[in-house]
Design a protein around this ligand. Structure first.
Ligand SMILES: [Fe+2]
Length: 447
């Protein structure tokens, strides 16, 4: 298994022992493994489905497809949100075919059965033609658990799984000072991609690839090993504190003290003169903390006041089991998830949201696809590789996905051989193994 030492920093409080299960290619390429996930994983986890702000009035709905399953979340008369399987109890027709919408009744397109927003059947054709009498008021859509955390709506198909906030622990507590509740989704992209959904999960569970896949980040994020703090939680989620507003110790400017671009622009944006930091560029990080405290509120960043110094300048990258990534900065939250393809284990659907705090007077905000209006974004779906970006850094990550998938199909690949800093990758797969619970898992220790 991965070595139990190394120069990377796992928090003493949030480190966990691992078994050393082998991570072979089967889980990325085989239909049998995908079916095990469909049966034992996806129905037993909380899944991000929507944002609370998408439900303005009773009857508003958001559909969420996941693999072969489809769930609809619907706003209720009391402002709560319920979720239902997107299938008509009559003969199984899918009820809602679009992503979002709203109406007083949910109507099946096949025989016109109608349901109220709480899922109760309220109208059928030929109500007297049922052996047991009119089914209206007696039949309901099959309900799925639905709970919210801050601005997010989650659903879970299992009744025994712990409540959402317990499931997410400790992240709701760790993220509360960012004040996410009223943030606006200004970017919503998704794309079909040619790799298994876990490829990107693994990628987000390590920062080992930053120097090679995202070299330009080394001018603004210190991705040097001892400077990045990793955490693994009992709940199965992981996180990583990436030191921001500082060049990487891997970047020549860190040693020379030269102020690299775009760190110089960021300094100017906070009324700091980069020339004052020549020879000591690492000090800009502290100066920006001070400038944000002083200037942030008058610039409309009312959420700064509750944040720690670390939150004001660093990136808190959280990987939630099984398929959700939340990357926090004080001015932007990126949410990325991968979802299984309905039938092909070698494909997935990638989702990328950007949410930002409302800042008075701000008309435009810079996102991973460039500047966008400071308003709720339309969903745009594409096929990865067709020329449409899913975000600059995400494009780089996805560019590796397809070639890794191809390599995993080789007879020459044995099993993953991980660094200590990739321990979160190992942790993810061991948890997954616990869910899919198969006697075919090869637990031979990696050497
Ligand atoms: Fe990456």
């Amino acid at each position: 298994m991965a070595a139990e030492s190394g120069s990377s920093r796992y928090s003493a409080e949030f480190d966990l022992p691992l078994r050393g299960d082998a991570i072979t290619a089967e889980r990325y390429i085989s239909t049998a493994f995908m079916e095990r996930e469909s049966e034992h994983l996806w129905p037993r986890v909380w899944l991000l489905g929507a944002m609370v702000a998408e439900f303005e009035q009773e009857g508003d709905y958001v559909r969420h497809n996941l693999g072969k399953e489809s769930v609809i979340m619907v706003r209720q008369a009391d402002d709560s949100i319920k979720a239902f399987y997107n299938t008509c109890p009559h003969r199984g027709n899918r009820l809602i075919l679009g992503d979002i919408g709203g109406s007083e009744r949910i109507t099946c397109g096949y025989h016109g059965w109608q349901y109220s927003s709480d899922g109760l059947l309220v109208h059928v054709q030929d109500p007297d033609d049922f052996p047991g009498g009119d089914p209206c008021g007696k039949v309901s859509l099959s309900e799925v658990r639905c709970e919210t955390w801050g601005p997010f709506v989650f659903y879970c198909m299992d009744t025994d799984v712990k409540p959402l906030l317990e499931w997410l622990a400790p992240l709701p507590e760790r993220l509360k000072d960012y004040g996410l509740d009223n943030w606006i989704r200004v970017m919503y992209l998704s794309a079909d991609a040619d790799f298994n959904w876990k490829i990107i999960r693994d990628n987000f569970n390590e920062s080992y690839h930053l120097p090679t896949i995202h070299p330009e980040l080394s001018t603004i994020i210190n991705d040097g090993l001892p400077d990045t703090l990793f955490e693994m939680y009992e709940s199965g989620h992981n996180s990583m504190w990436m030191k921001g507003h500082q060049a990487s110790t891997r970047n020549p400017s860190f040693q020379s003290g030269e102020v690299p671009s775009p760190l110089d622009d960021v300094a100017r944006a906070w009324d700091l003169d980069p020339a004052d930091f020549e020879g000591r560029s690492a000090d800009i990080r502290e100066a920006i903390i001070e400038a944000k405290r002083r200037l942030g509120p008058e610039r409309g960043y009312s959420n700064y006041v509750n944040m720690s110094d670390q939150q004001l300048v660093d990136y808190f990258h959280c990987t939630l089991f099984p398929n959700l990534t939340i990357t926090m900065s004080p001015e932007q939250c990126q949410i990325m998830s991968t979802e299984p393809h309905p039938t092909d284990p070698q494909k997935c659907i990638f989702h990328h949201w950007v949410i930002v705090p409302p800042v008075e007077g701000m008309k435009e905000v810079v996102t991973p696809i460039g500047p966008v209006p400071m308003e709720w974004a339309e969903h745009r779906h594409s096929v990865y590789g067709d020329g449409q970006s899913v975000g600059f850094v995400a494009d780089q990550d996805l560019s590796i996905g397809a070639s890794q998938q191809q390599g995993l199909n080789s007879r020459g690949f044995n099993s993953c051989f991980l660094t200590y800093q990739e321990k979160r990758v190992q942790r993810f797969h061991e948890l997954l193994n616990d869910y899919v619970d198969t006697d075919t898992i090869n637990t031979e220790a990696l050497t």
